[in-house]
Design a protein around this ligand. Structure first.
Ligand code: GDG
Length: 477
């Protein structure tokens, strides 16, 4: 293929490998669902694009190939690299550190070494497919060193980086033994995007304190090896969802019927609470269970009044902290159900499974109250998906102030998940909320989500990147 003018670099390719059915030859690929894939699809279609990423299986050597109009460039990882770079440094060092040390980060030098080596491989792959002067957009915390590595190899490129998770306060960030290297890695980008204004300012402060570089509003003046300087832009670009596709699913008669069937299957409780999360310690699932269990213990709710449906989709199952969390959650669910279930009604319907998008929307439509109780979350797309699905202007969103979505979704009921009494009161307020107030709040929430959808997010990021490119070339903006 010819070299690409626009290149996305992400830990994962936008496809999953599907093993061949019995009797058929050759594995195939299937587009993987996900916000990022949906967000970037139109951009990739219009721009002769390439996507560099890991195909999701260890030791899988695959040649670059075309998939639905995008050139996919697989980066191979050995089983040991998956363990050290992905499960280790990405998910057991950076993830807990950047989520305010909710779980203790582990700092292991072999993990760091693998992270450096794998980041280099991604940077080399991106350099080899990019045309002269191309735009490259690097995604997320697994690849924080790629921007600088890529710039060193290819100073002609315009490089963007988007950080999907929080960037922690300096007091925590400074624990990282490789804190300078990571900042220098990120500063290789021309535009460094964050979810919240707070994340961008935490980053700027870390840059000032660690690298003694001045920052001015969102601009950071970076000195290059050749003595020249350039200005990197670090600012917030809150990510979103493809809101209209949720509204379309929510309007489908079969999905609406399925929502009614779900409520019937629960014994038609008066109210349905819903939680949808990857099973992750950042999501505050235990806090939510505790609050709901206490409401039942206190007699403020009964299982005829309310059921909690908790989808906890399997995630990072080989990382110790996740195995422990699963045990704790399942024990808590078992206790609460054991104490409160009746033959006809259950307190918590716990689902450790992954569902198709249609079923998720049916669940959103079946839920009177959506619980987003994250202890720390970059954005939280589930909150936005619930809102986008509720074109009936009904339902109540309880939203943690520690989720990035709280900055935009001011008409949700805001909660502090650490304050269990406050959470219980907010849950009661939600079940008692009159329809008129639900409507008022939901309309305001929907306006936000529909206006700032995923297309707007990618456009505004790419516009900022294009601004930097034009400034470099001296073309008028
Ligand atoms: C990271 C940041 C940031 C979940 N279970 C099922 C399913 N999901 C979907 C949800 C949603 C997505 O997965 C999860 O997105 P979140 O934003 O809630 O959380 P993370 O996975 O932690 O994502 C986060 C995000 O990146 C984007 O920048 O918002 O803060 O941590 O879309 O619906 N989807 C289906 N079946 C499931 O069982 N189909």
């Amino acid at each position: 293929m010819s070299l690409a003018e626009f290149v996305v670099v992400a830990n994962r390719l936008p496809v999953d490998r599907v093993p061949a059915a019995d009797g058929e030859a050759g594995d195939s690929w299937r587009r993987s669902p996900g916000g990022l894939v949906t967000a970037l699809e139109p951009v990739m279609r219009d721009a002769d694009g390439a996507w560099v990423g890991w195909p999701g299986q260890a030791d899988l050597e695959a040649e670059p190939f075309e998939f639905e109009g995008t050139h996919l460039v697989p980066v191979s990882l050995s089983a040991e690299e998956v363990e050290n770079y992905y499960e280790g440094f990405s998910n057991d060092t950076i993830w807990p550190l950047y989520h305010d040390v909710i779980s203790e980060p582990r700092y292991r030098r072999v993990w760091w070494d693998a992270y450096v080596a794998v980041n280099r491989r991604f940077a080399e792959a991106a350099a080899s497919v990019s045309a002269e002067g191309a735009t490259v957009w690097v995604q997320d915390y697994q690849l924080q060193l790629v921007p600088a590595m890529l710039r060193a190899a290819r100073p002609d490129l315009t490089i963007g980086y988007f950080h999907h998770i929080p960037f922690p306060a300096y007091g925590l960030y400074s624990q990282l033994p490789w804190r300078r290297q990571v900042l220098e890695g990120l500063l290789g980008a021309d535009v460094i995007g964050f979810q919240r204004v707070q994340d961008a300012s935490n980053f700027a402060r870390a840059v000032r304190r660690q690298l003694r570089i001045e920052t001015k509003s969102s601009g950071i003046v970076v000195a290059e090896a050749d003595g020249s300087t350039r200005t990197a832009l670090a600012k917030a670009f809150p990510i979103s969802i493809d809101a209209s596709s949720y509204a379309e699913l929510a309007a489908r008669p079969d999905i609406r019927a399925r929502a009614r069937e779900i409520r019937e299957g629960l014994g038609n409780p008066k109210k349905v609470f819903l939680g949808v999360d990857r099973l992750d310690y950042t999501k505050g699932i235990r806090h939510r269970l505790k609050a709901f269990g206490e409401l039942l213990d206190d007699g403020r709710l009964t299982v005829q009044d309310a059921t909690l449906v908790q989808v906890a989709s399997p995630s990072r199952e080989r990382v110790g902290a996740y195995m422990q969390l699963r045990d704790e959650i399942e024990q808590a669910v078992g206790r609460i159900n054991g104490d409160h279930d009746t033959v006809g009604h259950t307190a918590i319907r716990y689902l450790h499974q992954t569902y198709p998008r249609e079923e998720m929307v049916a669940l959103f439509l079946a839920a009177d109250v959506m619980l987003v109780t994250a202890l720390r979350d970059g954005m939280n797309l589930v909150a936005k998906e619930y809102v986008a699905s509720r074109s009936d202007n009904r339902g109540v969103l309880l939203l943690s102030e520690f989720a990035g979505a709280a900055d935009e979704l001011g008409s949700a009921i805001r909660i502090n998940p650490h304050d269990i009494d406050g959470l219980k009161d907010a849950m009661m307020r939600a079940v008692e909320m009159p329809a008129a107030e639900q409507g008022r709040r939901m309309r305001a929430l929907r306006r936000k989500v529909v206006e700032n959808d995923i297309a707007r997010w990618s456009e505004s990021f790419l516009r900022a990147l294009d601004g930097v490119r034009r400034a470099k070339e001296g073309t008028p903006q």
